[in-house]
Design a protein around this ligand. Structure first.
Ligand code: ASP
Ligand code: MG
Length: 311
């Protein structure tokens, strides 16, 4: 147990006005996201918390495992594989999915990472990347106008004057961004821009194996991140997906991962996955952006900050 744990100060922290206002905004954000997606014909699937397979992620993020019945269950880092399966039965699905990502302690300083957060994960069968890009733009505009209508008092308390962004959002290729700003392109562009925008076509060497390689531009992926303006950074990651077994196998090997860890997924791909596109959007980061605050801790009732022990 954390030796600095203090029951009174925990109760004071969860009772802060700032957290109450953020929680009201969080409630309206989740409500308007679900409403929007239901109106678009999506079905909500309950989240998967433990599974024998989860997203390997191409970051410094550690995973957590539970031994049970002689097997290893992994705590969900993202529901990507389950989304690819779910769309075999239902064309449009979403989930409010708790994700566990054991971030290294130095990530505490970013204000943008928690060990436990909620991802709005969605996927559309047979749709190209462009469909989910347009859907995401409509969704963000819907949520911001809903919050402006329903949480003006809270926005005023945060001194936040937020506009509904203009569509379509600007699209910048990774190549353009990287050529101009080098490795810190995301931070620089996020600081410079006044409205959310897209970075598209990431290189195959820097992302997970499940995003599809562009047929007309080998080495680059048919994927995207939405980035918030004003320095708020990444909103969502997604793309169109690889679904062909032989390609998936090559991509797993290319990433230096062990095929044995993915044998279930490879067998499913052999049986027949479908083309699809989708994304995962961090709910807490969206709320942080809407509130105009710099740290996820401020808007989360029970924050799990990297490097810290907490209830
Ligand atoms: N790869 C995303 C993530 O980082 C999710 C997605 O692509 O759907 O969780
Ligand atoms: Mg991402």
């Amino acid at each position: 147990m954390d030796p600095t744990f203090d029951a009174r100060s925990l109760i004071e922290r969860i009772s802060e006005d700032e957290k109450a206002h953020a929680l009201k905004i969080n409630t309206e954000v989740r409500k308007s996201l679900a409403e929007f997606l239901r109106n678009e014909g999506f079905l909500e699937i309950p989240p998967v918390i433990i599974s024998t397979i989860t997203d390997p992620l191409f970051h410094s993020t550690g995973g957590a495992e539970i031994e049970y019945a002689g097997a290893k269950f992994r705590l969900t880092k993202s529901m990507i594989f389950h989304k690819q399966l779910a769309i075999l039965a239902h064309d449009k699905i979403f989930s409010f999915s708790p994700n566990i990502r054991l971030e290294p302690p130095e990530m505490a300083d970013t204000g943008a990472h928690l060990l436990e957060f909620t991802q709005l994960d969605l996927e559309m069968a047979y749709e190209p990347r462009n469909s989910v890009i347009e859907l995401a733009e409509d969704m963000i505009c819907h949520v911001i106008s809903h919050v402006k209508k329903n949480c003006q008092e809270q926005l005023d308390r945060f001194g936040r004057d937020l506009n509904v962004p203009d569509k379509p959002f600007e699209r910048i290729t990774y190549k353009e961004a990287h050529d101009e700003y080098g490795g810190i392109y995301e931070e620089v562009l996020s600081q410079k821009k006044k409205e959310p925008f897209w970075i598209i076509d990431y290189p195959i060497t820097g992302r997970e194996f499940y995003d599809r390689e562009k047929p007309d531009d080998p080495g680059f992926l048919d994927d995207m991140d939405m980035i918030y303006p004003e320095g708020y950074g990444e909103a969502l990651s997604g793309g169109s997906r690889e679904y062909r077994r032989d390609r998936i196998e090559k991509r797993i090997l290319r990433q230096g991962l062990d095929l044995d860890d993915y044998h279930v997924y490879l067998e499913l791909a052999e049986e027949g996955l479908s083309p699809s596109s989708g994304f995962g959007l961090g709910i807490e980061r969206l709320v942080r952006y809407i509130c105009g605050l710099s740290d996820l801790e401020a808007i989360t009732l029970f924050p799990k900050t990297p490097g810290s022990v907490s209830i």
